[in-house]
Design a binder for this molecule. Structure first.
Ligand code: PEP
Length: 253
């Protein structure tokens, strides 16, 4: 189980350091049955990395470049993220796909770069409200999976793959799919991963749910057998709420 907190473009340095320190403090000495990672903006990564040293919380970045360094002004490569202490990188978040026109081909290149830097990618997929109204959610998610995952990355890398199913209409909206809808989509994603990749890696691949997860709904969603964790935006900016989600005991079979 992985609980991941995506801070998005929030927190100046003082706020970021305070938020990270508060989460570390709340978790310290407590029984944990999940892994925790936080994803501050690039400007906070180095300071937060120092705060997380000797804690049970890992560091992640919200994106990386499709280039591995060189004359690409403004770009941050996967290797630079490893250097600053990251373990995870979110790639293909819907806010990047939609607001920055990022294509699945770019997501696939970024994912490969993340693997090649010995980091773990969290590849985001999910349908828009329009896709859903047209009954196309399965097709869209299948297409994103097949075109965003580099199947040639090799077994060792692919076993480190993490998928986040984040329906776009659920992000930041306070809306979530029903538990049955989440369960159905997760089964569909597993089926598509099995078709797309060699069967043997698929059981190692974690699938997270993201979209308006909060203290009230986290236990029900995370208790689903198919769900291996959550990618949390808004609620991860509140140290008390995020920590209490991490400290919940989930009734996994
Ligand atoms: C996200 O940013 O990935 C996300 C799921 O946001 P929120 O939890 O605010 O819906």
């Amino acid at each position: 189980m992985l609980i991941a907190g995506n801070w998005k473009s929030n927190c100046d340095l003082v706020m970021g350091k305070n938020l990270a320190s508060s989460i570390v403090k709340s978790i310290k000495g407590q029984t944990l049955n999940c892994q925790i990672a936080i994803f501050p903006p690039f400007t906070c990564l180095n300071s937060v990395s120092n705060i997380l040293k000797n804690s049970r919380i890992s560091l992640g970045a919200q994106d990386c470049s499709e280039y591995n360094g060189g004359a690409y002004t403004g770009e941050v490569s996967a290797g630079m993220l490893l250097d600053v202490g990251c373990k995870y990188v979110i790639v293909g978040h819907s806010e990047r796909r939609i607001k920055h026109g990022e294509t699945s081909k770019q997501v696939r290149i970024k994912t490969l770069n993340v693997f090649n830097s010995n980091l773990k990618p969290i590849v985001c997929v999910g349908e828009t409200e329009k896709d859903r109204d047209l009954g196309k959610e399965n097709d869209i998610v299948k297409k994103q999976i097949t075109s965003s995952i580099p199947i040639d990355a090799g077994a060792k890398s692919l076993s480190n793959l993490i998928i986040a199913y984040e329906p776009v209409w659920a992000i930041g909206s306070g809306l979530t799919p029903t538990i049955n809808e989440i369960e159905r989509m997760f089964k569909e994603i597993k089926k598509n991963l099995k078709l797309h990749l060699k069967e043997k890696y698929v059981d190692d691949i974690k699938i997270l749910y993201g979209g308006s997860v909060n203290k009230k709904n986290s236990n029900e969603i995370l208790s689903l057998k198919e769900v291996d964790g959550a990618l949390i935006g808004g609620a991860s900016l509140n140290a008390a709420e995020f920590s209490s989600i991490c400290l919940e005991i989930y009734n996994k079979e």
